[in-house]
Design a protein around this ligand. Structure first.
Ligand code: AKG
Ligand code: FE2
Length: 309
């Protein structure tokens, strides 16, 4: 593996409720090592088969972006980024976000805004995909907590989270279709389709092109997890760079976010000591989101400016 590739880790068949001790421990140490170096990795996960990937990224999501009703979802003033609609002025990109995609009701409600007669194909593809991603992301959260000696907190940690799914569309335009940024949530899992373009910056400021295969996804740590672990996790800068400026690109980003809008993110006390003084004051995640996408928009390290000690 050259240093300009993200490590690839196979988590097919793993879940927190069923695993083989030996392979679990091996995968966990690979994840810990990858996060230390890159703040992310490429995960192989065969549970999402090619048909589902095509149904979602080849059919359901492209159709979504052709629907005039999608603009009815545009109301991101209250919660930029976590609102239904998200864009970056000047970049050929827009995204629609849906929270709680792991039960059918919120998906159907969302779909009704776009397709008043409903769209079972879209709803089933999203639900099916989200349920696989939920299992995968829980496994990753569990392994990270274990690596930090926090396994006893896994149940309460998972109960404090909910899930979000973002559908992104890049259209004709600049090569840098999404500028460098860090994700503010706990963990993101990016699924790219026929057109790649996601790049992740390493600690030597080099851009690593991700090379997803048909059964792999890119996992990225976000700022909420960094704050919760008192800086133990590295949050990678990443961007989307298109090779061909005329191509249409789709991606789906699944992530973990705090469950309640008023929830505070507090560093785990076990990870604060003389050697590791507190890095971030407790903060309300969704207040930080508002800051991040307004006053904090162009800061190098918005989290530090917002609540750094
Ligand atoms: O489209 C992609 O590959 C990644 C998008 C991304 O980084 C984001 O939406 O935060
Ligand atoms: Fe991102």
């Amino acid at each position: 593996m050259s240093s300009l590739e993200l490590p690839e880790i196979d988590l097919s068949g793993f879940h927190v409720t069923s695993f083989n001790e030996k392979t679990w421990a091996k995968a966990r140490s690979k994840i810990a090592e990858a996060l230390e170096l890159y703040g992310g990795f490429e995960v192989i996960y065969n549970e999402v088969n090619l048909d589902l990937r095509n149904d979602l990224l080849g059919v359901a999501v492209p159709e979504l972006f052709t629907m005039p009703g999608a603009s009815n979802l545009i109301d991101s003033k209250e919660l930029p980024y976590h609102g239904a609609f998200f864009s970056k002025p000047g970049f050929p990109f827009w995204a629609l976000q849906l929270t709680n995609p792991n039960t059918i009701a919120p998906i159907q409600e969302y779909a009704k805004v776009i397709w008043p007669q409903g769209n079972d194909f879209f709803c089933n593809a999203v639900l099916n995909y989200a349920n696989h991603m939920q299992k995968l992301i829980q496994t990753i959260h569990r392994m990270i907590l274990e690596s930090l000696g926090l396994e006893d907190h896994y149940d309460s940690h998972i109960k404090s989270l909910s899930y979000s799914i973002r559908f992104a569309n890049y259209y004709k335009g600049n090569k840098i279709a999404l500028p460098p940024h860090k994700d503010p949530n706990y963990i993101s899992i990016v699924c790219q389709h026929n057109i790649e373009g996601l790049e992740v910056e390493n600690k030597s400021d080099e851009w690593i092109e991700t090379k997803p295969s048909k059964n792999s996804f890119t996992v990225l740590v976000g700022e909420a997890f960094k704050a919760w672990t008192n800086g133990r996790l590295h949050v990678p800068n990443h961007r989307v760079k298109l090779k061909n400026e005329t191509e249409k690109r789709y991606a789906v980003i699944f992530g973990t976010v705090p469950i309640h809008t008023n929830d505070m993110i507090n560093a785990r006390e076990e990870l604060v000591d003389e050697e590791h003084p507190l890095l971030f004051k407790p903060f309300k995640y969704y207040d930080y989101i508002k800051y991040r996408f307004t006053d904090g928009e162009n800061l190098e390290d918005a989290l530090k400016s917002y609540c750094g000690v």
